[in-house]
Design a binder for this molecule. Structure first.
Ligand SMILES: [Zn+2]
Length: 214
């Protein structure tokens, strides 16, 4: 735990410098830098920095700079060509963009699911019921999931997270992740108490139980 906390303090202090560096890089290198830093940024939500600390202010300053650069890349119609042909690198860029421009808990959760190919997803209801592992591929009917329908993206606005994230995934050709998005942005019903809640709330609850050391 303290090991990770130190690690993220270091991330916070280096972030403003990376943001400045990012502005000076060619397009491909900008995309590479953003791809590499995304997971560390997402993880801040699991090991949160304390507000009113120097580390928190540095983290926020770095994030502001990286947001400007990331938004330019996400809205670049040629982003797939900028990222190159490696599908894993393309997906990692999309997850990093989610960490920088969107909700960091969503990015961390999606990163985890992407990392295990959507087979081992963990959830918990506020009532205390929890399930260590479900598969988005095979267990979808086990829970009563109400999927959302996600509107098409205009290619410009990054206001609506599922909309631009899905649009970005289209641009980079990640149709598989797109299949699961209506469920991860959808509403789930607890098999024990019947409570309806956003999947993200369940994931956040599970993180609160101490999953991955938080
Ligand atoms: Zn419940």
């Amino acid at each position: 735990m303290s090991h990770q906390a130190r690690y993220y303090d270091a991330t916070a202090y280096i972030l403003p410098h990376l943001a400045v560096l990012c502005t000076k890089l060619p397009l491909e290198d900008k995309a590479f830098l953003i791809t590499e830093i995304g997971l560390a940024i997402a993880a801040e939500r699991v090991w949160p920095l304390k507000p009113d600390t120097e580390a928190f202010r540095e983290f926020q300053e770095g994030l502001r700079g990286l947001r400007r650069e990331t938004e330019k890349l996400v809205t670049n119609p040629n982003i797939a060509a900028v990222l190159g042909n490696n599908p894993t690198q393309r997906e990692r860029f999309a997850l990093s963009a989610l960490a920088i421009l969107g909700n960091r808990t969503h990015a961390y959760g999606t990163w985890n699911m992407f990392g295990n190919e959507w087979e081992y997803c963990i959830i918990a209801c506020l009532c205390g019921w929890k399930e260590e592992v479900i598969s988005f591929r095979t267990d979808k009917n086990y829970f009563c999931i109400e999927p959302v329908s996600i509107a098409p993206w205009d290619g410009k606005s990054i206001e609506d997270e599922p909309v631009w994230f899905q649009g970005l995934l289209h641009r980079i050709g990640d149709e598989e992740t797109i299949r699961f998005l209506p469920f991860v942005y959808g509403t789930w019903v607890c098999p024990d108490c019947g409570k309806r809640a956003a999947y993200w709330d369940w994931l956040a609850k599970f993180i609160g139980y101490g999953w991955c050391g938080g």
